[in-house]
Structures are given as structure tokens and as C-alpha cells.
Design a protein. Sequence first.
Length: 429
Amino acid sequence: MYRELVEKKAKLSVIGLGYVGLPIALEFARKLDVIAFDIRADRVESMKKGVDPNEEVPDEAFNNVSIHFTTDPEDLREASFHIIAVPTPTDKHKLPDLRPVMAASETVGKILKKGDYVVYESTVYPGCTEEDCVPALEKFSSLKYRDDFKAGFSPERINPGDKLHTLTSIVKVTSGCDEDAAEEIAKTYELIIDSGVHRASSIKVAEAAKIIENTQRDINIAFMNELSIIFNRMGINTYEVLEAAGTKWNFLKFFPGLVGGHCIGVDPYYLSYKAKELGYHPQMVDSGRFVNDSMGGYVGKQTVKKIIAAAKSPKGARVLVLGITFKENVTDIRNSKVIDVIDELADFGCLVDVMDPFADPGEVKKEYGLDLIDNPGNKYDAVIVAVSHAPYLELKEEYFDKLLDENGIVVDIKGIYRSKIKNLTYWSL
């Protein structure tokens, strides 16, 4: 398969052109012939014009590539090596929502032919690829796994907004259903990964490796969030405590904050689901999720307490929230925990304005029913800096002073201004 791809006797396809799929498709398209498929016509049309709808990939990345963008699944028949990179979210009950990855499996299954390879990049619980996805491939292709087609798993490690740790600079974990498949898949990815490839011993090991990467971060951040709650009651600043503790060489530098997005805020639920299916209740994993899922409400309540302490009623209090994306300097609003802060404030009767220089107003309206404002008003009872976007980092105390009413409060979730705010009422995690 590797030789066929390199000699351009076979093509590679990528199914799902979001934050993960598009960069992969473009990198491979510098070396191979690529078919890039997505179900959203508007996104595909944008990419045909050389523009990433997520504003992550620069326009020049579309130059000098052999790629065909399409919404027609029949075009996938031309490819022999298929990479599935669709989202794996959770549903409203925090259970794995496999509908996107199963739909992609059906799409690929219908065009699958003998000798083809299918590699999954979507984060799933250990066992999902071979227990859930492969049977769908067999069903819709009428082919037999291992005998007629091969499968593998190579988890995505892309960090949206990170210009340092990019696709080609991060070691890639790969795996295959047998020794031959594992080697062919590894060699294929080595074409684009400068940092090299780690060959996992099995698909399940590769799945498990990915799921614990984000679960580990989730648990560590949950510990920081719990510390911030404790230190708040002690009247000391968490970031100052962490700065002092961080002077020891082996102290792990995690920080409190809102944990959302489609990775850290989601993946632990996949691991927890599988553990419970096997009869084990994962106490640390679930406890970490509980703490992190509670932080939006906690920030909202603390803001209301500060408003009340300023001899004001929360009902009708005006609050400005700066930032609604799930992390800094990205456009992605999926699973943003800032909405939990906003909902908590609304429950107390606060009137909330929201601004974000990165978020698309139409997407925010569609996802959360909120109308973003372009310019702030004044006489706010509180201003909450929820996301540390680059434009917010240089804001001075005078900026907040002009926005706030008398006895107004600056709530700084990320601790950006702790040494800058001297005269206004200030609170951070």
C-alpha cells in the first residue's frame, strides 16, 4: 500500500475536514494524491477557494498540493487508503455519541474494495475501532476484515491555536490490525511526520494511549480547580501559590480554568463509559469531570456574591463577558464552558453582554442562542474575562475602569491581570 501511494498508483482519502482532517489532508497532498471529503458543502466550497473555515490553516498551505475537495462520497471510490477524522462528541447525558464516526464508517464501507486500508483518527474508547467501527465497514462493504481490507488507528494530536506543536512536529502514534498493516500505516504517516512515528503494539493500545492523554490533563486541571476553591476560602490567590510552588523542578505546572472543547472536556467520558461497561467505576476520572464541569457555575456564583457584596442586586445587574470560544485564539465554540458562566448569571437575573473577536456571531447564535455585541457599553457591574485571547492580554486597568459602574468588579478567570489591577475590585480563580 505504501509503495502504491508513493508511486501515485493509489490515492489517499480523508473523511472529515475539521481541525484535524484538513491539516492532515493538506500535508499528505504535498506527497500523495488526496481526496478530501466533508458533508458540509459550505466548508468544502471555502476550501476549494483555498480558505480554511476554521482559520487555523494559512492560505498558503493550499498551494502546491494534489487534492480534490468533494462532498460526493462516490469520489472516495478512487482512493485505497482512507483516514476517518470526524468528531466524537458526547450526548446530553455525557455518554459517547458515536453517530458521526459510525456514519463515516458507513460512507466508507459503501465504497470499500478489496485491498483497501481504513485508519481512524477520531478519539474513541479502547476497543471501539474493532468492536463498533469495523463491523460497520464489513456490513456495508460485504468484505471480510483482515482478509479483504485492513484497519488501523492513529490518534489525532493536533492542538487548535498552537503554532508551535503542529501536526508534523508531534510524534504520531500508529497501529494496525496485523504486522503488515501496522508497518504500511506507519510508513505512510512517516511521509509527513517530521518528529517520527511510535508504532503501538495494537489498535487497542493506540486507542488507550490517546484517551489517557486528555484524561490525565483533565484530572490535573481538576486538582488545580479544587485548590482554587479552597484557596479562595483562605483569601489567597491560586496563581500566586502556583507561581511559588512552581519554583521546584518537579512541580507540574497546571492551572485552574474552564475545561471545555472537544478533547479534554469530552474524552474522559469515553474512558469512563468503557470502564463502567466492564464493571469498574472510575472514581478519579469521574471526580475530575465533576469538578471541571462545575467550574462555570462556580465562577457565576462567585461573581454574583461580589455583586451582592457591593450592595447591588444581581437581578438586573449588567455583566460583560469577554470571550466565548473554548480556548484562547481559536474560533471554535464547541462545548465552551463559558456558556455555563453565562447561564448561571442569567439564572440570578443578571443581564449579560458577550463579546469575542474570534467567534463567529452566526455560529454562536445557532449553538447557544446568544447575540454577540461588537462594542461594549458602560456602567457594567462586572466584567468577566473568560478567555485569554491575545487582544485581551494587554488591556490596562483604565480600560476596565471605563466599562464599570461604581464599585464594579473585574473577574479574571485566567489570572491575566492579577498584578495589573490595583484600584478596582478584582477576583480570579
